[in-house]
Design a protein around this ligand. Structure first.
Ligand code: NAP
Length: 494
């Protein structure tokens, strides 16, 4: 029953005020300050989160530091068992967590459910994969000029205290994708959920706690990024920062963090290139799915499409037709709504509207969409867009796709490589060889051939270059990035 399991997280008022988890217990902050989580559906306050004090952060990190060594010494199979239990509890509360996500961040039922199910599967996969991470030994015989008898025994060990910061758009999945590998590798974790999505984050934290993580090893501290974020990221006792969020925040955090490893997933502004021989119906479906799922609020959303005049002339009516079939904007609680619900807040929607207006003033044309009602923006396709317009220069987290006409495929490469982002790109062609060849010229993390950008399957490597990220995620890659090599060298020269 959710009430028994989650009941003590809040004070049950309307709206409820949630506690934070200090590593041992759920408590209210001494700050007596809270921050509101506002539903993008109708602006009601879904709940209030504690704004923790710097002293409380110090205490939480101190506990995490003290408890970590014991946790790392715990047999891996026990840590694995706990993670499988976390996955099971997530599945058990699937419906409840799904409805929380819809209320809090405006995801449609199917998208919210997809996030929850995928998270449970991901944690199981992490737990299974952790067993196969192995160390190695190296022998000095193999290196010229070194005498025999030196042996390096190389193990993977924890960093210490990991700070995990998650974004609003996947507050359960992108929290678990940090917390689970960090804990499996023997780190303790200080988790800072996003404000919007923080209630789901708190419920996830409860599941980790109830699954048997020992005292002090795991905590969940809340408060806006601008209230608590700077203090957390620059704390002397944080040994690694794993962050997903916008590129601007990533750059700001990198400037403040101490000399510790950073694993960052940041903004994406992903192009789709349509080569002359592409299957345009396939491309249209992928563009619509890639551009409009969760109202375009995905780092892997397609934001602009590059094609010659001839291609775009053929593609436009097909995209419009596909859009009608696949997208129905509306209230995310309604089963009628497909892909496009509200964006995260009315102020975000107003910003998006302004950027569209600016593009139109500069010569872009509206093929469809543009209208805004509160936080809901119609799925919008712009044509005659130039690469220097703000609508494509900076990631716009909304249901907008821009069509950019190019003269040659070389021009497409220049536009993509000049972008300050480099998460993913899609290339559409019936000739996979040409697409493969084209893909090699693109400075992005991953190129998708004949498919829209995406993070999964979650055991594939996932990374961004330029302002889109630092380091690599993906099941094994995340386990590796949450641990370091520790060589111990036995010197017995013969
Ligand atoms: P955001 O505003 O950058 O916030 C991300 C997280 O950072 C939140 O928990 C936020 O807390 C916190 N934060 C804000 N300022 C901080 C500071 N100065 N110090 C420490 N933490 C701080 O991003 P968002 O709007 O939540 O998420 C959307 C962005 O994430 C998009 O740019 C999207 O592309 C990117 N994203 C990237 C990936 C990827 O895999 N590459 C995946 C998903 C999302 P508060 O919410 O409390 O302010």
């Amino acid at each position: 029953m959710p009430a028994e399991f989650f009941g003590s997280l809040s004070n049950h008022k309307t709206p409820p005020t949630y506690k934070f988890f200090n590593g041992n217990e759920w408590v209210e902050s001494k700050s007596k300050k809270t921050t509101d989580v506002i539903s993008p559906i109708d602006n009601h306050v879904v709940g209030k989160l504690q704004v923790v004090t710097t002293k409380e952060i110090d205490e939480v990190i101190e506990k995490a530091k003290r408890a970590q060594r014991q946790w790392e010494a715990t047999p891996l199979n026990q840590r694995i068992k706990i993670m499988h239990l976390v996955a099971d509890w997530i599945r058990h509360f699937e419906q409840y967590l799904t409805s929380l996500l819809t209320a809090e961040i405006g995801k449609t039922h199917d998208e919210a459910k997809g996030e929850i199910v995928r998270t449970a599967d991901l944690i199981d996969y992490f737990a299974d994969e952790a067993q196969s991470l192995k160390g190695e030994t190296l022998d000095s015989d193999n290196f010229p000029g070194f005498e025999k008898g030196r042996i390096a025994m190389i193990e993977r060990v924890a960093y210490g205290v990991v700070l995990a910061i998650a974004p609003f758009n996947y507050p359960v999945n992108l929290s678990a994708s940090k917390i689970a590998p960090a804990l499996l590798m023997g780190n303790s974790v200080v988790f800072k959920p996003p404000t919007q999505g923080g209630i789901a984050g708190i419920h996830l934290a409860r599941i980790f706690e109830k699954s048997g993580i020992p005292d002090g090893i795991f905590s969940c501290v809340t408060g806006g990024g601008s209230d608590v974020g700077n203090y957390l990221v620059s704390h002397d006792d944080i040994d690694l920062v794993t962050f997903t969020g916008s590129s601007d925040t990533g750059v700001a955090i990198a400037a403040k963090a101490k000399m510790v490893p950073l694993v960052f997933e940041c903004g994406g502004n992903n192009p789709a290139v349509i080569l002359p021989d592409a299957d345009l119906h396939l491309a249209a479906r992928e563009i619509v799915k890639g551009g409009f799922s969760y109202a375009g609020q995905r780092c892997t959303a397609i934001k602009y499409v590059l094609g010659t005049k001839k291609i775009l002339d053929q593609l436009r009516p097909i995209i419009l037709e596909t859009l009608k079939d696949m997208v129905k904007p509306g209230d995310p609680r309604s089963p009628e709504t497909k892909l496009v619900g509200p964006v995260i807040s009315e102020s975000a929607a107003i910003h998006i509207e302004e950027v569209i207006q600016e593009a139109v003033k500069d010569g872009a044309k509206i093929l469809t969409g543009r209208k805004r009602k509160g936080s809901l923006i119609e799925p919008t396709i712009l044509t005659s867009v130039k690469p220097e317009m703000a609508v494509v220069k900076k990631e716009l987290f909304g249901p907008i796709v821009s069509l950019i006409e190019i003269k040659s495929m070389d021009e497409a490469i220049t536009i993509i490589n000049n972008s300050s982002y480099g998460l993913q790109a899609s290339v559409f062609s019936r000739d996979e060889g040409s697409a493969l060849n084209f893909a090699k010229y693109l400075k992005v993390g991953t190129v998708q051939i004949n498919g829209s950008p995406q993070r999964g399957p979650d055991h594939f490597p996932f990374l961004g270059v330029k302002k889109s990220g630092v380091g690599v995620q993906g099941v094994r890659y995340s386990l590796e990035s949450m641990s370091r090599l520790r060589p111990i060298v036995l010197n017995k020269p013969q």
